[in-house]
Structure formats: structure tokens, C-alpha cells
Design a protein around this ligand. Sequence first.
Ligand code: NOJ
Length: 563
Amino acid sequence: MALTLDKNWWRQAVIYQIYPRSFKDSNGDGLGDIKGITSKIDYLSSLNVDAVWLSPFYPSALADGGYDVDDYRDVDPKLGDLADFDEMLSKLHGAGIRVFVDIVPNHSSNLHEWFKEAIAAEPGSAARNRYIFREGKGANGELPPTNWPSHFAPSAWSHESTQGGKHNQWYCHLFAPEQPDFNWDNREIEEDFLKTLKFWADRGVDGFRIDVAHALKKDLSEPLKDQERYPDLNNRKPGENILFDRDDVHEIYKEWRQLFNQYDPPRVAVAEAYVPADRLALYANPDELGQAFNFELLEANFNAHEFKTVIDRGITAAKAQGSSSTWCLNNHDQMRPATNYGLLTTVDRIRWKNSGGTTNPLDEELGLRSALAASMLIMALPGCTYIYQGEELGLFEVLDIPEDQIQDPQYLRNHKVDKGRDGCRVPLPWTKSGASFGFGTGGAHLPQPNWFAAKSVEAESGVADSPLEIFRTALALRKGLVTDEELTWHKTTDANVLHFSRPNGWHCLTNFGRNHYSFAGLGEILHSSSPLAQAGIFLIHGVQTSGNDLPPATTVWLKGPHA
Ligand code: NOJ
């Protein structure tokens, strides 16, 4: 299937996120790789996705799962080489699937040539000026230069001696010490990233996901200032925070857009930026990245009012910028939705995860039903649907990874306060049995639980009402149903049920409540996230149901009258 030439292909696309090291291992070394992805293009086609987004596959010592990049213009030899990448890209394109790569511009890894050079260089040298090196405080410079916090360690500063430096300076890292931040006030950095973007765009890459897009510019004027409070976004005028979401970051993206527009079709980009909704819209400006992730559903409970509020806000904000919204229920940083929705809303998820899931019961059936209902709801919204690998299998979070096998710096670096993100990064199960459930011929770099057998692609393929087949049918239908980016809300007689339609009469109803809801007379049933005919078995009030009743935690799509 050929790629369309439509410049707006991205506005309502379905994008499948691949975490390459955990997708498919082609050589039995326990790590997923590029050839593994190529070998599963038929699977991606069977899902009817428009694009894949690959989390970093660049050379990396994996201090942060690949978000610590040694070389931005190469493939990690553990995962393949550029020829493998080109082959994968051309075969994906041949199957009508576009490709996004992840760009990590805030920081490199400590093994990047430039950082090694900087550590070996003199204070004040051009090599050190590519990063953020400063003298420490205290009589002998023994204290960090400022109080800036890191996401993974208490301080955003490490002494250069920890990296073999022979002087008395500190370097800045908003994430792990192995992820030194670039100095974006240095034109050389701007030019190097333009070169990187061009490198991948020239190879045919269609889009870019921009990591921590809001952090590149910092207030580096001397003397450096302490952060008053963290996060400091409310203390200062928007755009004037010391570390995040500064107004001047947008100059970078305006220049990137000029480069993207030199291609036909223009390259697209989506910002990962944790900033308030009104500020997020700036990144999504068509003169800049063009789109930004809306992460608000990740925080929402499975609740009609919360979902509606987020949806309205997201659509309004995207429209105001001429962008389209993005919808996601998870990614490689978040707890799996089937687990998330199976927990009572009052549970502190971090503490619960740390307990190995033992402190509170998990209602797996309700969690999975709710996750599938939420997925079919977001697929019906105007804008892009993001799917994170394994979501289509209804995978739960893996909660019992032994401590000595945890890889995530969020846990290792942060006093083991939060067990971290490995539980959603366990290699995918492809088959019911065999070494690593078909992930590869060897082991898996994170341990897979036995319940993966029943959640494997093999176990779910062809089984009506399995999560995989619910996704496949929904995404195949979606292709023919997507229309103008308009949505009309319809009144329901139950506040726990949301009902909206799209201009061509595509109606979507989601029941967030505990009672059945009748949709008799609204239209012809196209698809549902749980079986409708068996609705009665889910009843809690013992009411008999028919195929026109929407059971709890279910979404139904109907072909009804035009809105
Ligand atoms: C956001 C990425 O999604 C996350 O996985 C990573 O740890 C941080 N950025 C740092 O790059």
C-alpha cells in the first residue's frame, strides 16, 4: 500500500509506539532490535496503524533506556546498523506505514564524544561550553552551584570527578548523571541538531517526537539563580521560569519548522512537554513543531466528567493553534491502563507499585474492560490516537520484577522511592510458549511473567473479543469512519455515559458507570469494546439486558443519523 501524498496525513493518524529493545529480538541476545521490527511489519499492517514512533535506538549504554544517546546519527550496534534501519524504513513505507523517530535534544549521554571531550578539557574551553559546567559553591567549591533538582537524583549537578574530570567544576543534568544537559545558548548545539534532523529526514523519516521539548533553554545568565520552588512554573511569569518552558525555546522550534517545510510532504513533529494546557499550545503552533502530546488523560480516572473535561480542553486548545489533538492512555513512562483502571481511584499508585501490587486488590476484569472502552473512545475522537506496544494485547503492568533486575534510573537513582517504569517495558509476548514467549530465541532483558502466555499475540489472534481482535476491528473500521475534525456532544440520561458523534453519523457511546444504558434507536451497531449480547452477566442490579444495552465499562460505535 503506497503512502498518501496528503500533507495532512498526520492530523488524525493512528501512531503505534515501539520501544525497540522490547518489541522483537531477531538474534537471540535478549534485546529487541531493528531487524525484529522489520520482521513484524505484517503484524503492524494487521493493526491498521498509519505510523510507528520508535523510542531511541541510537548507541547508548542504557542508563535511561536509550534516552541517554551516545551518537544521534547512528544505530546502536546491539540493535543493528544504518543499513538495517534503511531496510526497515523502506519496508514500512512499502506497507503504507510512516515512521517517527525520537529526538533527545535536552541532554546527550556521558559517553557522547562531546561530553568525553568536555570532561578532558579545561574550564572555560569551547568543549565545556557545549554543556553546562560551573564552579561549585562553598569555600572550596564543594557544593553544587545551585539548588536545581534532577528528575532522577536529588541534585541536577554532579561533580566532574564522578566522570573522571580533573578540575573542580560541576556539570548540569536534569535527569540522570549519565545524561548531561546541552548548553542551548551555544549556536554549535543548534546547528548540530539541525544536522541530526536533516540526517534522518533525508533518509525518509516522516516525523519526530521531541523529548522534554520544554527544557532546552535555561536561564544561564550569571550568576545562576536558585530555583525558588519546584516546580516553579507558578512563581514567575509564564515563559520566565529558570529551567522549563521558557519563551526563548520557541526560537529553536521555529528554525526546525523551516527545515521540516523543505520536505514534501513536510516533516511532522510532536512535542513531549509537561506544561500547562495554554502553554502547550505554543509548541503545537504550525510555525513550530505542529503538534504536542496531550497527557491529561494519563492523569484522568475512568470517569465521564473527567474524560469530557479533558477532551473539550484538548480539542479547543489544538483548534486555537490550527493543530489537532493527540490522545494517549499510556506510553513507556506510564503504568499500563488495564492496571491503572483496575485500581480504586484513591490508591497511591507509586506506593502500590512499590509493594509489588500487594497493598490493594486489583480488579483485572474491570481494569481491562475500562482500558478497552477508553481506547475505543479515544480512537473515535478527532485527532491522533497513540497506542503503546502491548496495549492492544491488554497487557497489565508487570509488578514482580525482582529488585536486582530493575533497570530504571527512576528507581535506582531516586532512593528506590518509585519502582519506576520497567513494568510497562517488559518484552512483548508473541507466542504462547517457547523461549521468551516468541520475543526471541534467547531470554528477555526484563523478566516476563507466566501470564504473558495467555496475553500473547498467538493466544489472542483470531479469538473474537480478545483485546487484539477488538483493536484490529476498531482500527480497520476507523480508517473508513474518520472524517472532518468535528465532534458533537449528545445529551444522555445517565451522567456516567458520554455520547458524541462525528459529521458522518459515527456515534460513540462510553459507559463509565455501573449500570446498563440503553442505546436503542440510536443507530446500527458497528463495534463494541466488550460483548453486548452477554451484557447481563455484568449486571450488578440483576436487570435483564438486550443487545441494545451498553454494559458498564464499555464503548459502542454506531452508525446513526448525521449529527
Ligand atoms: C522523557 C522520556 O519519555 C523518558 O523515558 C526519559 O526518561 C526522559 N524524557 C529523559 O530523556
